[in-house]
Design a protein around this ligand. Structure first.
Ligand code: F6P
Length: 523
């Protein structure tokens, strides 16, 4: 049973949304709040440690109802069921999309090609847990009988960005191991990392689903050469492990079969941090924290799968994003986490969102004539405020924003946290409300700038009416991080279904790779 292939722009809801857009386009957020004193409550959802407030968006109840009609007209629920059941919804690659199976807390079987995949997942996690425990405790020794001190994750794309982001995000929960990431094929970077390493105490984790990716294999060979020169070939088995589906190629590389962690074709690269691709995460923060990350994701999965669309966080976020992309014609979305720990979160999201939904041919094979995949970008607050926020406040573009904040800091430095969160709320309010001509006038007058009023007034006006979502989470824990990542994964899924595209292939990355191979061969 394949996915339905409905052109969203031909639905009744889409047409109604076009009409409805004309009435909303001119409404200011301030007016929408004035019209409904209950707006904030009405457009907020509580889920575990999350409060998702979408009231600062340019929409009303009718907008939400019509967007849900759109989801129903393309039969989103049917697609959600197929996604979780393991139907091969990645039709162009003939694969199921089952990263949710990696984190399920239920013991129910999930079948791919008639075989229950859950026992293999459990087996792989047991191996990962045992290995992580041995390395962390020092039981696993290097070739000179010393404990491991440094881990180097060699991978790129999904085999780098997810683990890298999570290791950064969970730094507070980290153990003594030093973690390094090598992804780019830039030899200077590889050398910079090597310069810091002692071969006797370093463990290399080569992560590549295919084990053919040029960057990863080149980097792995360079590192292996350096290692063998410093140590010896036999020592490889104590210092190199691999995560891959391609057992043959891993063996050719010289990695011992006991050091191979399996992954499966039903896990997409950019959704793979939940699998053995997360080995570096488990080494950095311990398997117990890794498990909690999975549990948090699973809680979001259950919410997404079972909650009606009007209270369903990923569904609503996806629909709101479609509202801006396809009706307001916004091109980009900014994500601003107010936490230094989430410094690489938007970089991670860029692959997840843009490699998934940057498509222009629909599920019928036809060229699409509406917009798909938003461009995602961003940085952490408050750095963003001193960099690009000017354009969002006073520029000509509509850039919907996601503000991600935490109620509690991890270290008890309350003064900083109060200031950080004051900025978080200050930005959201400034974007929504703006500052009127009258307010600017009064302000200039109050500050004794009467003589400058005429000249400065237009530049000091903030139109406001700039949309945002507020994602407020109690605390940055492994569990909450898992839920947050899963929330965005499902948002991506919903958008792909509604846009009638295949979100789980990535043929767009192939041409450049091929050409680079040809150019290199001739060089
Ligand atoms: O960028 C293309 C891509 O295939 C990604 O989807 C994937 O995450 C990355 O390359 C790495 O692939 P592999 O894990 O097979 O080395």
């Amino acid at each position: 049973m394949s996915l339905k292939k409905i052109n969203p722009s031909k639905t009744i809801a889409w047409k109604k949304l076009k009409q409805h857009f004309l009435t909303i386009e001119k409404s200011h957020l301030k007016k929408l709040f004035n019209e409904d004193i209950n707006r904030k409550n009405k457009f907020s959802i509580l889920f575990n440690d999350f409060l998702v407030d979408y009231s600062n968006n340019r929409l009303n109840q009718e907008t939400i109802d019509l967007l849900i009609d759109l989801a129903n007209e393309v039969d989103l629920q049917d697609a959600i069921n197929k996604y979780f059941e393991g139907t091969k919804i990645n039709e162009t690659e003939n694969r199921a999309v089952l990263h949710t199976a990696l984190r399920t807390q239920s013991n129910a079987p999930i079948y791919v090609d008639g075989i229950d995949i859950i026992p293999d997942v459990k087996k792989a996690f047991l191996k990962m847990e045992k290995f992580s425990n041995e390395v962390i405790s020092g039981k696993w020794k290097g070739y000179t009988d010393k404990k491991i001190t440094d881990i180097v994750n060699i991978g790129i794309g999904g085999s780098d960005l997810g683990p890298n982001m999570v290791v950064d995000a969970l730094k507070f929960y980290k153990n003594h191991l030093n973690i390094h990431f090598v992804s780019n094929i830039d030899g200077d970077h590889v050398q910079e990392i090597i310069n810091k390493l002692n071969p006797e105490t370093t463990l290399f984790v080569i992560v590549s689903k295919s084990f053919t990716t040029q960057e990863t294999i080149t980097n792995a060979h360079t590192i292996r050469k350096w290692f063998v020169e410093k140590a010896n070939k036999k020592a490889i088995e104590k210092h190199f492990v691999a995560v891959s589906t391609n057992i043959e190629k891993v063996a050719d590389f010289g990695i011992h079969k006991n050091n191979i962690f399996p992954i499966w074709n039903w896990v997409g690269g950019r959704f793979s941090l939940w699998s053995t691709v997360g080995l570096t995460i488990s080494l950095a923060v311990g398997f117990t924290n890794f498990k909690q990350l999975l549990e948090g994701a699973s809680e979001m999965d259950v919410h997404f799968k079972n909650t009606s669309f009007d209270k369903n966080i990923p569904v609503l976020l996806a629909l709101i994003s479609i509202w801006y992309t396809n009706f307001f014609e916004s091109e980009t979305e900014v994500v601003i986490p107010y936490s230094q720990y989430l410094n690489t979160f938007t970089t991670y999201l860029q692959q997840a969102v843009m490699e998934s939904n940057g498509k222009s041919v629909d599920r019928n094979g036809d060229k699409i004539d509406y917009q798909t995949g938003a461009i995602v970008w961003g940085s952490i607050g408050t750095n963003a405020q001193h960099a690009f926020m000017q354009l969002i406040h006073q520029g000509t573009k509509i850039i919907p924003a996601d503000f991600i904040g935490f109620k509690e800091p991890l270290y008890d430095i309350q003064e900083h946290h109060k200031k950080l969160m004051a900025n978080f709320y200050g930005q959201i309010q400034a974007l929504a409300e703006g500052k009127t001509k009258e307010e600017v006038h009064l302000d200039l007058k109050f500050h004794g700038n009467m003589n400058k009023i005429e000249k400065l007034l237009p530049y000091k006006i903030f139109e406001g009416n700039k949309p945002s979502n507020t994602i407020l989470i109690n605390k940055l824990t492994p569990r909450n991080l898992g839920s947050l990542i899963a929330m965005y994964e499902h948002k991506i899924f919903v958008q792909g279904i509604i846009w009638n595209i295949y979100s789980f292939d990535q043929f767009g990355v192939e041409l450049g790779k091929e050409l680079a191979h040809n150019i290199y061969a001739k060089s």
